[in-house]
Structures are given as structure tokens and as C-alpha cells.
Design a protein around this ligand. Structure first.
Ligand SMILES: [Zn+2]
Length: 538
């Protein structure tokens, strides 16, 4: 007995050893798995935003087919070379005649459809609320009109049968040809109308109200809005319509485009904010701006393809790759802009960012009015101070003083303390021509620039009027600031960079790419401790 157990044990250990040896030697982080397809909201209701449509114009080069999509199982129902329009069927012609019982047998449905058509009826298939298919006839202006048509038109030709009237419904979407005849309808809350191109070539796109989208379009009708339009396509095709809009494509080096493609892919897989509305991501800045086929270009398509499936992970889970335009010299710790400290969203120097400077002047009257608009009634504004700065030079706390008291803005909200939303959180405030500067010991000091003697290329001169003054920044580089000799009591806000400052600076990424860094090096520079690995897309 003992011997037999020993033998089994030896065999078991041998199998275990083979399994261990056969396993890959190295696995960086966990294996990220995600659908190879994505659903993008083009027109939708989300919170207070409602872009749903009462009319959707649909066409495609080579024609379209329309079917129903239920849990990703698609059934093709009709095909047409013409332009069609989708409407919510609560309009004046929303009465129809139901011909017989609903069925799950699509073959029988088409047999009956052809029989009715041969009798000259304007018949069309409808996906009913219990997910079956039924044939309906005509569009009538009233219930009475439809009832009269049953006796005067249907029964004389088709004989007596199971006929009834469908009333207008807010749940129903009806698709009609340009001549007003119905093509197909659905009032199911589980199966949704889906439209694809029948073009016998590439690319297969569907034109929705003038813009082209790859693969398939789904239409949904919810009770509290008009028609929701969803684009279902592959992750790669989605990114082709995102990357050009999220990073400039003119003269953008290829490695920077690749870094942006990985950031956009990782974001799209990690953030599905709109599942309650029937899709994964929307097409606006709420998620990532997506413009469909018409915004694609060869360079960004190539960058998407060259990084196919690549995503960023931290500690084995997907990382949230935030990005923005320009850092102003250094990126920000996440907790200095928002609230949470994220280990891979740390402040890093951004030496390749070609920093952009900006300046705004606000009068005391404009500031007073703005505080009132924000519901912070502090009387006439007479002083504004940055009272706390981060190591990367971002305003962490801003105090606005008025004749009736003061009010505080913190972190990213410091940007909304002014009548114009500030481009970034790196700024200083001068009253007239006073500028707040950061001293070597990190303390803040206010200096008067107007009238100050400065060294120029040809000697020494006094600053007066509106002048660009070049000053040396912390890294010893010359940067330009604008001295605005404005009226007494004005507030001059001068700053650097553009965007929230957390994660990858796009201008910095372009600079790094030009300096010879590849997309993995760029991403690893901006996101501390991440890994770039290939996701399993199924
Ligand atoms: Zn969104």
C-alpha cells in the first residue's frame, strides 16, 4: 500500500514539475482581459446632458442592412440601398395595423411579408416588446382611420384574420424610407435596432446625420429621452477616432502618438461610466473625445496598430492614465489637484515640455461680480493671494478678500476663482504690476515690476507700459512674462501650462519623442512605477 502511495506521489510531483517548467518564465503583473469591442455613446442622455435625437438620418455607401441586436446576438432583417430616417413613433402617423400574432420564426415572418406585399400592402416587420417579430401595415393618422382600413382594405384582399390597431408609443422607434413608407420598427426594451453597411469593400461605415462611423450603429429608446445612438466597433477602430482628437497630429512624432494610443486604450478599458445607459464610453470630454471615421488619419491609425492591445498596469491592475496638454515645467501629484493620492500619479520634472505662458487681467468689479455669481458674497474684492503652493509650483490654496470678509479656493478649484477659467493651476497674481514670486527657500514674496530696473540686451532699462519681461526660471532658462501696467486695483494673473497637470503632458511627450525616447520610456517617465503589457482582448 505504502509503495503505491509513494509511486502516485512521485508521478504527481513529476506532473507538477512539468507544469511549472512549461509556464512562462516571467509574468509582469496580472493578465488584463477585456472585450475586443467597445460601445460608444454618440447621442445620449447622461445626467443633465441630453443630446438624444428625434430624427436620425442613416445611410451608407453601398446600402445598409437593419436587424436586431439582443445580448450581442444580431439577426439581420432587412436590406436597402436607400437613405432611411429613424423616428420616435409618437407622431401623428403613429397608428398601424397588426397582422396576425407575433412569432419567433423569422423565416415564417419573411414568407408572410412577401405574401402581404404581393397583395399590395405596405407591410413592415416590428420587434415587439416580448422580443418576437410581428408584421404591421401602414401608418395612419388615427385609430379610426386604421380600423376603417382593416375592413375596407385588409379583409377584402387577405380575408378575415387576427387584425388589431397599434397605438402610438413613446417606446417605439420606427425607421422609414424618404418617401414616408415604414421599413422596420422596434418597441422592445431588450432587443435593439442595429444598422450595418452592406458596402462590398473597406471601410464599412454608416453615416449618421452627416458623420461616418465604422461597423455598427444601435438605436435605443428610453422613456425619459429621444433616440439614443450607440456605435459598436472594435477597440482599434474606436482608438482611430480618438487619438487624432486627443493629441495634435501635425508634426507629432510617432512615439508620442503611440504613447497617446496606449493611454487612450487603457482609459477606455478601465473606465466604463455609461453602462446604465447601454454603452461603455461616451464621445465627449466626459470620457474621451471620439469623432468616428471622418477624423481618422494614417499616422494615428498606424500608432494604434503598432501598439495593438498594449495597456498600462500598476501592481497588476489597469492604471488610470490621465493626460493633459502642457505642464508648465513639472507635473502634479494627484492629491494636489484632486483629492486622492495615487502612487503612479506623482509630480515629475517635464523638461521637454515647451512651456506656454498666459496672462489675464481682471478688474476689481469683475472679481466682485464673479464672487457673487459663485454665491460667495464677500463684498468688493480688494486683494487676492495664493496662500499655499505645491512643490511643482501649483496653487493649493487661494484666498480672495473683500469688504465683507474673505473666501478660500483649494486645489483645482483655484482655477475657477476668476471670471475666466484659468488654463492651469500654475499661476501668480499681481495687483497692478505686483507679482508673487517664489523665493529660494520656497517662501512667497510680492515684487513690484513696473518701474523696476531690468537688464536688457543693450544695457539697463525701466519696465513700463505693457511689456514682455524675460526672467530666469528655477532651471535657469529664460522665460517671458507680461508686465501689464494696468489701472490701480486690477488683478493680473500670469501662469504657465495648460490642463490639470496630472499624468502625461502631451507637449512633454512630443518633446521626449523628438529627443529619441520611445513610447514605453515616455509613459514610464510620466507614470511612476507602471508596466506596459499586452492585454488579452477577446
Ligand atoms: Zn462619458
Amino acid at each position: 500500500m505504502l509503495f503505491r502511495y509513494k509511486k502516485i506521489l512521485v508521478v504527481f510531483i513529476a506532473i507538477l514539475l512539468i507544469a511549472v517548467l512549461a509556464a512562462p518564465a516571467h509574468h509582469a503583473g496580472a493578465y488584463v482581459s477585456s472585450s475586443a469591442n467597445i460601445r460608444v455613446g454618440l447621442f445620449y442622455k447622461s445626467g443633465s446632458k441630453d443630446t438624444t435625437l428625434d430624427t436620425v438620418m442613416i445611410s451608407s455607401v453601398g446600402g445598409i442592412e437593419i436587424g436586431a441586436n439582443q445580448n450581442n446576438a444580431y439577426t439581420k432583417i432587412i436590406e436597402t440601398p436607400y437613405i432611411v430616417n429613424a423616428y420616435v413613433d409618437i407622431g401623428v402617423s403613429g397608428y398601424h395595423i397588426k397582422l396576425g400574432q407575433a412569432t419567433s420564426d423569422v423565416t415564417r415572418l419573411f414568407d408572410d411579408l412577401n405574401t402581404y406585399k404581393s397583395m399590395g400592402f405596405e407591410v413592415f416587420p416590428v420587434c415587439t416588446n416580448n422580443n418576437l417579430w410581428q408584421l404591421w401595415e401602414g401608418c395612419y393618422l388615427s385609430q379610426g382611420d386604421a380600423e376603417r382600413a382593416i375592413t375596407s382594405k385588409i379583409i377584402p384582399k387577405a380575408g378575415s384574420g387576427d387584425y388589431s390597431v397599434a397605438l402610438p408609443s413613446t417606446y417605439r422607434i420606427i425607421i422609414k424610407y424618404s418617401n414616408g413608407l415604414a421599413a422596420i420598427a422596434s418597441e422592445s426594451q431588450q432587443s435593439f435596432l442595429m444598422i450595418k453597411s452592406t458596402f462590398n469593400g473597406e471601410p464599412k461605415t454608416v453615416n449618421i446625420n452627416g458623420d461616418r462611423y465604422r461597423n455598427a450603429i444601435e438605436l435605443r429608446k428610453y422613456t425619459d429621452s429621444q433616440i439614443t445612438v450607440i456605435n459598436q466597433l472594435t477597440m482599434g477602430d474606436y482608438l482611430n477616432g480618438v487619438v487624432p482628437l486627443e493629441i495634435g497630429t501635425v508634426d507629432t512624432p510617432f512615439e508620442a502618438l503611440k504613447a497617446q494610443a496606449v493611454a487612450a486604450r487603457t482609459y477606455a478599458i478601465a473606465n466604463h461610466k455609461h453602462e446604465d445607459q447601454g454603452f461603455d464610453v461616451c464621445n465627449s470630454t466626459c470620457c474621451q473625445v471620439y469623432g468616428g471615421y471622418d477624423v481618422e488619419n494614417l499616422a494615428t491609425n498606424n500608432a494604434v496598430k503598432a501598439t495593438e492591445g498594449m495597456v498600462a498596469t500598476y501592481g497588476g491592475a489597469l492604471a488610470n492614465l490621465y493626460y493633459f496638454s502642457s505642464s508648465g515645467g513639472a507635473t502634479a501629484n494627484s492629491e494636489n489637484v484632486w483629492s486622492q493620492s495615487v502612487p503612479y500619479l506623482r509630480s515629475v520634472p517635464d523638461p521637454y515640455d515647451n512651456t506656454r505662458y498666459w496672462s489675464y487681467t481682471f478688474t476689481a468689479g469683475e472679481m466682485t461680480e464673479h464672487m457673487r455669481t459663485l454665491g460667495r458674497d464677500i463684498g468688493t474684492v480688494n486683494k487676492i493671494e495664493v496662500t499655499m503652493l505645491s512643490d511643482s509650483g501649483r496653487a493649493l490654496e487661494l484666498r480672495v478678500y473683500g469688504s465683507n470678509g474673505s473666501t478660500v479656493f483649494k486645489k483645482v478649484s483655484t482655477r475657477s476663482a476668476f471670471p475666466t477659467y484659468l488654463p492651469s493651476q500654475i499661476f501668480s497674481i499681481g495687483s497692478g504690476t505686483h507679482y508673487t514670486v517664489k523665493e529660494g527657500d520656497n517662501s512667497l514674496n510680492s515684487i513690484e515690476l513696473s518701474g523696476a530696473l531690468v537688464r536688457t540686451g543693450s544695457g539697463t532699462a525701466a519696465v513700463s507700459g505693457v511689456t514682455n519681461v524675460f526672467v530666469k526660471d528655477a532651471d535657469g532658462r529664460l522665460v517671458s512674462i507680461q508686465v501689464n501696467a494696468s489701472a490701480q486695483g486690477d488683478f493680473v494673473v500670469t501662469g504657465a501650462g495648460s490642463g490639470h497637470g496630472v499624468g502625461m503632458s502631451q507637449f512633454g511627450a512630443m518633446g521626449m519623442a523628438r529627443a529619441g525616447y520611445d513610447y514605453v520610456e515616455i509613459l514610464k517617465h510620466y507614470f511612476t512605477g507602471i508596466e506596459i503589457e499586452k492585454a488579452n482582448l477577446y
